[in-house]
Design a protein around this ligand. Structure first.
Ligand code: URP
Ligand code: ZN
Ligand code: ZN
Length: 469
């Protein structure tokens, strides 16, 4: 009897790494799904991908991006087309982007608007978080529908950006309770926005307008206070909580304290907080503005603590917080007033490489933990696991063939993001994707994007369930 051949792809001769295992194996992909993982898979007409000398990682998941987002008097320069191409070239195969709710509008409209930005444009798969801009009863009542109908399982509240995105404790508490009841996870931007409003006004009144005053007006205590307050509010509400973009040891300690009390608190940090620091605000000309983000960059000693907490499992996810602006014409909005500099930096492309370089290559973070932080944990928290976030039979064939020896130097001149600056400029990293597959389709071949805009599909997140990470 003639054996039927199935067109597919075999990733041959690599070392498969998941959050729990490291083993040599071939991986067979058919119809966008992993169908076999075995020591040696016989070729029956499939495309063969050479993974010798390489790691075979699950596609990385970026749990924190801002594409095509109006913010700070302008709009982030990367949209879903450019942002997802850059992400793919860096090894990211799924992003979770924030759909921005506008005060007085419905959550459903925010999701609809974000579908309009992403659908047919994204080159890789995407899911959505929702921000919550007001605590009206209608907004709170809409939360369960967002989870069930729209597949959004997480809701971000802001304790900073007063008069723009900031909500009060009453709103945070109501969102926590409603989300917990309906299977949602609340994310918090933890900085004390009321006090920052005062410190910023004082600085400007004293003629302190340069980018470095962004950092000086947002001291670490204001992040730590807000983090502790948010955790206490979650404790009273009986709700899980995810603290985004943790920048400091003090805030990370508050998360560790909450977890010691048995609470379901999760923490995320980002590449910028591992490798950039407060001295970057003193860069010449107006280039310090490229480092203006919130929370601001901290001291070198904070970097070390954050890395240790990623290693120890006291921080759980590694997001880019990609929020890209050109220096020319966008960051320049704050040339005479640091508070008008749009907050954020282009990080979607280099997120994985920075964690690999400073975690794995430096011998701090093991390969399994690296995969957990950059892929598996975000998949579990945001309702995408086990479709995403692992390499297993039946999972989507989102796969990164990673050459651990290939070196490159990061630069805005060569990156694929639209921004005219890169906060990691000049840094050399060892380890980069040889190939990237999204649902079995090759989307990156070395430095070349070989996918297609619009290939990405919206992924509905399952309701959140507390996970032991
Ligand atoms: O500066 C930042 N982080 N910009 C993006 C918006 C946010 O707060 O995540
Ligand atoms: Zn934030
Ligand atoms: Zn963000």
């Amino acid at each position: 009897m003639e054996r039927e051949t199935t067109i597919g792809t075999i990733i041959r001769g690599g070392t498969v790494v998941t959050a729990t295992d490291v083993f040599p194996a071939d991986v067979l992909i058919e119809n966008g799904i992993v169908t076999t993982i075995a020591r040696s898979i016989m070729e029956l007409g499939q495309e063969i991908i050479d993974a010798s000398g390489a790691y075979v990682f699950p596609g990385f998941i970026d749990p924190h991006t801002h594409l095509d987002m109006p913010f700070g008097g302008t709009t982030t320069i990367d949209d879903f087309a450019s942002g997802t191409v850059a992400a793919a070239l860096g090894g990211t195969t799924t992003i979770v982007d924030f759909a921005l709710h506008q005060k007085g509008d419905t959550l459903a409209n925010a999701v609809k608007t974000w579908h309009g930005k992403a659908d047919g444009k994204a080159a890789i798969d995407y899911a959505f978080h929702l921000t919550i801009a007001d605590g009206r009863p209608e907004t709170i009542e809409e939360i369960p529908q967002m989870i069930v109908r729209e597949g959004v399982n997480s809701f971000k509240v802001f304790m900073a950006y007063k008069h723009v995105l900031q909500v009060d404790d009453e709103t945070i508490f109501k969102v926590l309770k409603a989300a917990a009841k309906a299977g949602g996870l609340v994310q918090v931007h933890a900085e004390n926005g009321d006090v920052i409003e005062v410190t910023v006004k004082e600085a400007l009144a004293a003629g302190q307008t340069a980018p470095k005053y962004h950092g000086l007006t947002r001291p670490v205590e204001l992040e730590a206070e807000a983090t502790s307050r948010a955790i206490r509010l979650a404790e009273v509400a009986g709700a899980p909580l995810y603290v985004v973009h943790v920048s400091s040891a003090m805030a990370a300690d508050a998360i560790s304290d909450g977890r010691k009390r048995g609470l379901h608190i999760y923490g995320e940090t980002c590449p910028q907080y591992l490798v950039c620091d407060v001295s970057d605000y003193d860069r010449p000309g107006f280039t310090g503005a490229n480092y203006v983000m919130s929370p601001p960059l901290r001291e070198k000693r904070d970097q070390q603590v954050l890395l240790q907490k990623l290693k120890n499992g006291e921080l759980h996810a590694f997001g880019s917080d990609h929020c890209s602006f050109n220096n020319c014409g966008q960051k320049e909005l704050g040339k005479d007033d640091f508070s008008k500099i749009p907050n954020g930096a282009p990080t979607i492309e280099d997120r994985v490489a920075i964690l690999y370089e400073h975690g794995v290559n430096k011998g701090v973070i093991g390969l399994n933990q690296f995969v957990a932080l950059a892929s598996t944990n975000p998949a579990k928290l945001f309702g995408l696991f086990p479709r995403k976030g692992t390499i297993a039979v039946g999972s989507d064939a989102d796969i990164v063939v990673w050459d651990p020896n290939a070196e490159r130097t990061i630069s805005a001149k060569t990156h694929h993001m639209k921004a005219d600056n890169n906060i990691f400029e000049g840094m050399t990293v060892r380890g980069r994707p040889r190939y990237v597959f999204s649902r079995g389709r090759k989307v990156a071949d070395g430095d070349t994007f070989v996918g297609e805009p619009g290939f990405g599909i919206h992924q509905k997140s399952s309701p959140f369930r507390p996970v032991q990470l």
